[in-house]
Design a protein around this ligand. Structure first.
Ligand code: CP
Ligand code: NVA
Length: 307
């Protein structure tokens, strides 16, 4: 039976636990110079319809280091751009490759691919979710904070794809999560409802970033205008006033607060330059962990499907 990761609601607590343990183990072994190559002879297709630096390179290097081969396809170079139906593309690719990572706008498209494929489909970001990002970010929380139990995690900013995946994760893992968004830019009600149906009694939604970050262990932010929303930049800059993660806001959090950002960051907008450049900042470890987590995801999904 193949398994997809389209959103974090596709995972159970045991899946999260396995992925954290395996990603941390693979990281340790890689740093000791041990080469793990369980995916020799396997290939990963990547269909990307939006820009990417970290996710693309992390998936490609993860696949190469595990002994497999990544095949990158920008949508423009495939017959999808000439209206070949998603279902046909998915069925054909299933005959060639062992897993598919997709980055696109409409979440319904990855769902269509997953339904028509016989191989695992992995969401590498849609307008709605960015599940693999939060898997590697939680791995970083485990590494730095020793775990995610009894840690107050606060989202400050737009109720976007990354925030939605935090809400999904908090529902499944019962995280203490506070989501502070400006009025009109909150988490979509369908995401809230689907998440809360899975659990999540410790998730709080607010419009007050100052109150939200009080005693936070982790403060997370992301750009105010995501890919595809560039034309709303100016309007959003005024709507998000007071939501910048800067020293002043962070003074309300715990003294050892860990600030996180999925990157790319807009310095001086959602995060101040000094916070981004602070000594000991984890942003670069966060980015590195994407590769280790992607390895754990690929190994788990590909070997599970192919026996
Ligand atoms: N964090 C992240 O997904 O970065 P990229 O857009 O560079 O892949
Ligand atoms: N919310 C951002 C995340 C980028 C990794 C976007 O979708 O552009």
């Amino acid at each position: 039976m193949k398994k997809d990761i389209l959103s974090l609601l596709d995972l159970e607590v045991a899946d999260f636990t396995h992925l954290f343990q395996r990603a941390l183990q693979l990281k340790k072994r890689f740093n000791q110079g041990i080469s793990d190559r369980p995916l020799i002879g396997k290939s990963l297709g990547l269909i990307f319809d939006k820009k990417s630096t970290r996710t693309r390179v992390a998936f490609e290097t993860a696949m190469i280091q595990l002994g497999g081969t990544p095949i990158y396809m920008s949508t423009q170079d495939t017959q999808i751009s000439r209206n070949e139906p998603a279902e046909d593309t998915a069925r054909v690719l299933s005959r060639y490759i062992d897993a598919l990572a997709m980055r696109t706008f409409d979440h319904a498209l990855v769902e269509k691919f997953a339904k028509a494929s016989t191989i695992p489909v992995i969401n590498a970001l849609t307008d709605s979710f960015h599940p693999c990002q939060i898997l590697s970010d939680l791995m970083t929380v485990v590494e730095v904070k020793g775990g995610y139990r009894n840690r107050k995690i606060v989202w400050v900013g737009d109720g976007n794809n990354v925030a939605n995946s935090w809400v999904n994760a908090a529902a499944v893992l019962d995280l203490e999560l506070v989501v502070a968004t400006p009025d009109g830019y909150g988490i979509a009600s369908c995401v809230k409802e689907a998440s809360l149906a899975r659990g999540g009694k410790s998730i709080l939604f607010t419009n007050d970033p100052v109150e939200a970050v009080k005693d936070a262990d982790v403060v997370y932010t992301d750009v105010w205008a995501s890919m595809g929303q560039e034309q709303e930049q100016i309007k959003r800059e005024s709507a998000f006033e007071g939501f910048q993660v800067n020293r002043d806001l962070l003074s309300k959090a715990k003294p050892d607060v860990m600030v996180m950002h999925c990157l790319p960051a807009h310095r001086g907008e959602e995060i101040s330059e000094d916070v981004l450049e602070a000594p000991g900042a984890v942003f670069w470890d966060q980015a590195e962990n994407k590769r280790h987590m992607h390895k754990a995801i690929l190994e788990t999904l590909i070997l599970k499907t192919n026996g």
